[in-house]
Each structure stands twice: as C-alpha cells, then as structure tokens.
Ligand binder design. Structure first.
Ligand code: LLP
Length: 421
C-alpha cells in the first residue's frame, strides 16, 4: 500500500496534487511520501519484533539526506557501500554504531575514515580485505567489528544483474571456505568477529531462496560457535521484492519474511540485522513527467516525455517495468490505446515502455511512473547534459524540495578549461 492515489480526479502524493508540485518545481521530478516510507520501515520492525534486531536501510536505493533523516529518526540503521553513503548517513544524524559497511571493494581511505568516524560493522567480502582492515585498525589502535559475507550458492531467481548469491557472482566468500576464513579473522589483531553476513540478491518475489540461504547460515552459526567464535549478529541482507504492477504480482509480505527468519534463525539468540532498500523506498516514490509531444509513427504512437533514461534508467538497464499512469484520472471506461513511451535522449534504448495502454494523451499532459522511489534518483545522471532530476518530499498537505534541480550555470561551472588550451 502507498499514498499515491486519485482524489477528485487528480493523482495525489498524500494530500498534495502532483500537478501542483509539477507546476511549482517543474518536471521531471521525483516525489516521495513520508507516510509510505514510515509505513514500510515499520512493517519490518514489526515483523522482526520477536527478536533483537536492527533494520539497516540500504542507502543505495535512495540516498537523499531528508529520506535518511526521516528513517534514522525512526531508529533505522543504515547499510552503506561507500564513504559517500557513510557521510550521507552521518550528515542525516545516524550514529556510526548504527551503520554497517558492505561492498566488495572498500578502499583503504574508506576503511580508515569510517574506523575513525565510528562504525557498527564491516561486512567483509575477501581475505585481503580482512588483512587490510586489521592493519588499519591496529595502526589506529582500535579493533574493527566484522561480519564475513558468505556466498551460499543459492539461486535468487531474480534478474541476472541483481542476483548475488551464486558462486559465479563476485560477492562474499564461498560458504564452504567460511570456517577457514573465520579462523584467519580470529587470528588477526585488528579484527573482532561479531557475526555472519549474507545477501543473495534484489527484487526476490519468492521466500524459498531466502529460506535456503538462511538454513545454511543457521548451520554455519553452529559450526563457527563450535570453533569458538562469538557469533552474536546475523546480517541477512536486503532483497525482498515489491509489486511493480498493480495486477498480478503478489510478493511475500515483510510479516511472512519475518516469520521465516524467526523459524530458521530465531533459536540462535542472535541480533538480526536486515538491509532492505527497495521495499522501504520503492513504492514510496513516483517520477512525474510531462508529455512534450505525441508523435504518430508507422503503426504506433510515441508518447515523448520530458523524462528520459538518464532520470530513470531501470527500464533500459534491466528491462524493468514501471506502471505509468496519467496524473489526471481517466474517466471511467475511457478507451485506452497503446503508446511507446519514450524520452528525448538520442538512443533507441531511451524507451520506457512499448505498446503501453493509456487514455488518449496530448502535449502538456502529466504522467507518473510508479515504484520509482528506489534506484531512481540515485541512478540518474546528466547524460545528454540534462540537469539532474530534482526530488520533493511530501508530508500530509505540504511538500518541500529536498534536492533542487541544478541550474545550467552550476552544471557548466563544474568543468574547467585548462589555461594551455
Ligand atoms: N544489501 C546489499 C549488500 C545489497 O547489495 C543490496 C542491493 C541491498 C542490501 C538492498 O537490496 P534491496 O532490498 O533494495 O533489494 N539497481 C538495481 C538494484 C541493485 C541492488 C543492489 N544491491 C535495480 O534497480 O533493480
């Protein structure tokens, strides 16, 4: 459930008509709903309530400072994958002891800065990384809390570009090697082993792969404890999928996911960490765009929008589906016709949807891409020298710009021409 609904014939974000935001801020524009973000975060804390837990929002899905502050103030931890994300979380007021640092390629500079700034845990993905973290920690006279990310060799049955838990993926340490690597970790002076980490992929719409992975983690916990390691935290990653269409998709609910965690891992008495991104932010955001032209092609009509693949890359990058709906509610029974929905970027890949049924559209009409709050603005770029798309946050009947659209001067002034040219 989200808070983007038609009221009095107009699509609203909570109580604000999207058309008002479009008029004030211009298009394209991302719009997020406070109530939806809060609701989705709480679904997870409720689902995990029988166990000690920390819900660490995956900052990569939506890294706007206002969104991070909102979730951080509710008590969320953060899952970061770069120093930039760490600094965003800190700037949003989240303390280091609620921030976990994931990712296969943490640099020395990132490790040093986060050790100095305070960190809850590193999710370590290789032996060389363990050694570097230990050396830097020893240099600073501290001990780094570490969970090792294990790769359980489980097929997440999701898009190949976002599956991470198979042995051919670059992530984690093969679970078969885990005991040896934990042995190495325990012997290093700058490392304190605190738990196990696993993340098998994103947009999972079935609980079975989670179950398979978590059963392997339960077994490994027993083995590692028998080896003398104090396994007290289990970081189970993110990945729970969301419905991208209103019709047939029914992914499992966070409550089902919580029950699965309780059933497979609850008896171990560990603190449970999860790293959801998409389920919290995805359906809490829409991308609003204006129709520039309707062009009649051969055997098809093109709806040419002012949003493009640089603003929302998911359709061209993953073939992802986003529902596209008119901001003015179609009259009941209004005839739909198919449109190829495209942006102005000079590539055929700048196509959001083919043959998408929509009511008759005209230049100036607004549309909203649903489910665009996760991996939308964060993956946007200035390709074709199009200004980065702005972001707006809505709470009840008011809204604020939480990232302004850059001016052309700001864009141009970032470059410099060498004096010798
Ligand atoms: N934890 C780790 C270690 C991750 O790699 C990810 C996502 C998450 C948590 C959060 O997963 P979520 O709950 O959001 O599924 N750009 C792609 C998605 C990439 C996901 C990368 N890792 C997309 O637009 O579908």
């Amino acid at each position: 459930m989200d808070h983007f609904i038609y009221t009095d014939g107009q699509l609203h974000a909570e109580e604000v008509p999207l058309a008002d935001i479009a008029r004030t801020v211009g298009t394209p524009v991302y719009v997020y709903s406070v109530a939806t973000l809060e609701r989705h975060y709480r679904l997870f804390t409720e689902a995990l309530s029988p166990m000690p837990h920390l819900v660490c929002f995956a900052v990569k899905s939506n890294s706007n400072l206002a969104v991070l502050k909102l979730l951080g103030d509710l008590g969320a931890g953060m899952d970061v994958v770069s120093l930039g994300e760490y600094l965003r979380a800190r700037a949003a007021g989240v303390p280091g002891e609620r921030i976990v640092f994931s990712g296969v390629g943490k640099t020395r500079a990132e490790i040093r800065a986060t050790l100095e700034g305070g960190i809850r845990q590193y999710n370590v993905e290789s032996e060389p990384e363990l050694e570097v973290i230990s050396a830097i920690a020893a240099e600073l006279g501290v001990v780094a809390p570490v969970a090792i990310r294990v790769n359980p060799d489980v097929d997440a049955k999701t898009h190949e570009k976002i599956a991470t838990g198979k042995s051919e993926n670059k992530f984690g340490i093969p679970i078969s090697k885990a005991r040896a690597v934990y042995g190495l970790a325990a012997a290093l002076p700058g490392i304190e082993v605190v738990g196990i980490d696993v993340h098998i992929g994103s947009q999972l719409t079935d609980l079975a792969p989670f179950e398979e992975a978590y059963l392997k983690v339960a077994e490994l916990t027993g083995q590692l404890r028998a080896d003398g390691h104090d396994i007290r935290r289990l970081d189970l990653g993110g990945g729970l999928g969301i419905p991208y269409t209103r019709s047939n998709e029914v992914p499992p609910l966070p409550s089902d996911y919580g029950a699965l965690i309780q059933r497979t891992l609850g008896h171990l008495g560990c603190e449970i960490e999860i790293e959801p991104g998409r389920l919290i932010s995805g359906n809490a955001g829409v991308l609003v765009s204006e129709t520039i032209y309707v062009k009649q092609g051969e055997g098809r009509d093109f709806l040419i929008l002012d949003a493009a693949m640089n603003d929302l890359v998911r359709p061209s990058m993953y073939g992802a589906h986003h529902d596209i709906v008119p901001v003015v509610e179609p009259a009941p029974g209004a005839a739909a016709q198919p449109y190829d929905v495209v942006g102005p970027v000079c590539e055929t890949g700048d196509t959001f949807a083919k043959g998408r049924p929509l009511p008759a559209m005209a230049a100036g009409d607004l549309v909203a891409f649903r489910s665009a709050g996760a991996y939308g603005a964060v993956m946007s770029s200035e390709y074709n020298s199009r200004p980065l798309v702005p972001e707006v946050l809505v709470k009840g009947d008011h809204f604020a710009v939480i990232r302004a659209r850059p001016t052309f001067d700001e864009m141009l002034n970032r470059d410099s021409i060498p004096v010798w040219l």
